[in-house]
Design a protein around this ligand. Structure first.
Ligand code: MTE
Ligand code: MO
Length: 328
C-alpha cells in the first residue's frame, strides 16, 4: 500500500468501484440484518418493556431524556440502522488488516482482559482506569449516530457509551490543557498489522478541548446492545459523529491532556489529504474524490453528505471564526 493511502480504501479502488465490487456481499447479508434490526428496534424503543429488559441486559442506564429531547440533542438519529452484520464485518482497523472484510477474522479472539486506560498530562489528578472504574464513572448510555468515513461511505450505528467529558472531569484538566491526545494499544503480538508499516504505530488521534468536552463526543464500550466487538475497537473507542471516521480511534490505552495539537496518524501520514480538524464537510473534497455525497452501507444509491454529518445544530458553534474551507 503506497503512501499516501486513504484511511482504508485502497488507492486503486475509488469508493464507487469498491462498492460495486462488494454489492453481492451485501445482498447475502440481508437476511441476517432483518433480525438484527428488529432486535435493535426493540432495544432502542424506550416505550417497550422489551427495550427496558434488553437495555438492562446490555448494562445500559435508562435514557435520561425523552426520545424527542434525545433527537434534538443529536443523541439519536431517526434513520434505519446499518445491519449488525455490516457494522461488524466491514471495518477499518489497520492494526488487524487493511482489508475491510479481513478485520473481523483477524481480530477474533483479541484479548482485552485487564485492560487499563491511563489519563495523564496536564491534569490535577492523573489516573489509571480499568473498565469497572469507567462503568462507575459513567454508566453507558445509548447513542444512535451516523458514521461517515472519509472514503465516502457511511453507516448508522447504535452505540453504548458515555461522554468523554465525564471522564475528563474526574482527572481535572488544568487551564494549560488545550488538546486531548489518544493512543491505541501498541502490541504487535496481539495486533498483527503492527508488524507491517501500514501506518506509524501506535495510532494516535486528537481533539481540541472544546470538541472533547462536547456532549456528543463519547467513549463507546458497546454497540447493538452487546460489548464492543474487537473489530470495532474493543474495549473502548472514541466516537465523534460530526467528524470523519478516522478520528474515532479504537482500543484506547492512553488519553493525555496536552498544550499543543498532537501529530495524529492520518494527518501525519498524508497531510495534504487528511487534516486534524476533519469535520465532515461536503464542500471540501478529498484531493482524490468528492466528499459531496456518500454510500450508506446496505442502502442502494448515493445520498448527499451533510455539513458536520448532520450535527451542525449541535456543533457549529464550536467553529465560530474558523475557516471551514480548510478542513485541517
Ligand atoms: N486504532 C485505529 N483506530 C481506527 C482505525 C484504525 O485503523 N486504527 N480506523 C479508523 C477509520 S478510518 C474508521 S472509518 C473507523 C471505522 O470504525 P468501524 O470499523 O467500527 O466502523 O475507525 C477508525 N479508528
Ligand atoms: Mo475511515
Amino acid at each position: 500500500m503506497p503512501p499516501p493511502a486513504p484511511p482504508p480504501a485502497d488507492p486503486v479502488s475509488p469508493p464507487d468501484v469498491y462498492f460495486n465490487r462488494r454489492s453481492f456481499l451485501r445482498a447475502g447479508a440481508v437476511a441476517g440484518s432483518v433480525a438484527a434490526t428488529a432486535l435493535a428496534y426493540r432495544w432502542l424503543n424506550p416505550s417497550g418493556g422489551a427495550a427496558v429488559e434488553t437495555a438492562k441486559l446490555a448494562g445500559l442506564t435508562a435514557p435520561a431524556t425523552s426520545p424527542a429531547a434525545a433527537a434534538a440533542l443529536g443523541y439519536r438519529v431517526d434513520e434505519p440502522l446499518t445491519s449488525l452484520q455490516d457494522v461488524t464485518n466491514y471495518n477499518n482497523f489497520y492494526e488487524f488488516s487493511t482489508d475491510k472484510e479481513g478485520v473481523a477474522p483477524a481480530a477474533a479472539g483479541f484479548k482485552t482482559d485487564g485492560w487499563k486506560i491511563v489519563v495523564d498530562g496536564l491534569v490535577a489528578k492523573p489516573t489509571t482506569f480499568d473498565l469497572d472504574d469507567l462503568r462507575r464513572t459513567a454508566p453507558p448510555e445509548e447513542r444512535v449516530y451516523r458514521m461517515r468515513c472519509v472514503e465516502a461511505w457511511s453507516m448508522v450505528i447504535p452505540w453504548a457509551g458515555f461522554p468523554l467529558a465525564k471522564l475528563l472531569a474526574r482527572v481535572e484538566p488544568t487551564s494549560a490543557a488545550k488538546h486531548v491526545a489518544f493512543e491505541t494499544l501498541l502490541d504487535p503480538s496481539r495486533m498483527p498489522g503492527q508488524k507491517t508499516a501500514a501506518l506509524n504505530w501506535p495510532y494516535v488521534e486528537g481533539l481540541m478541548m472544546a470538541e472533547a468536552m462536547h456532549p456528543l463526543t463519547i467513549l463507546a464500550t458497546g454497540l447493538y446492545g452487546r460489548e464492543l466487538p474487537p473489530q470495532d475497537g474493543a474495549p473502548v473507542r472514541l466516537v465523534v459523529p460530526w467528524k470523519y471516521g478516522f478520528k474515532g480511534i479504537k482500543s484506547i490505552v492512553r488519553i493525555s491532556l496536552v498544550d499543543k495539537q498532537p501529530v495524529t496518524t492520518w494527518a501525519g501520514r498524508a497531510p495534504d489529504e487528511y487534516g486534524f480538524l476533519a469535520n465532515v464537510n461536503p464542500q471540501v473534497d478529498h484531493p482524490r474524490w468528492s466528499q459531496a455525497n456518500e454510500q450508506r452501507i446496505g442502502v442502494p444509491g448515493r445520498r448527499p453528505t451533510l455539513m458536520f454529518n448532520g450535527y451542525g445544530e449541535q456543533v457549529a458553534g464550536l467553529y465560530a471564526g474558523v475557516d471551514l474551507r480548510a478542513n485541517f
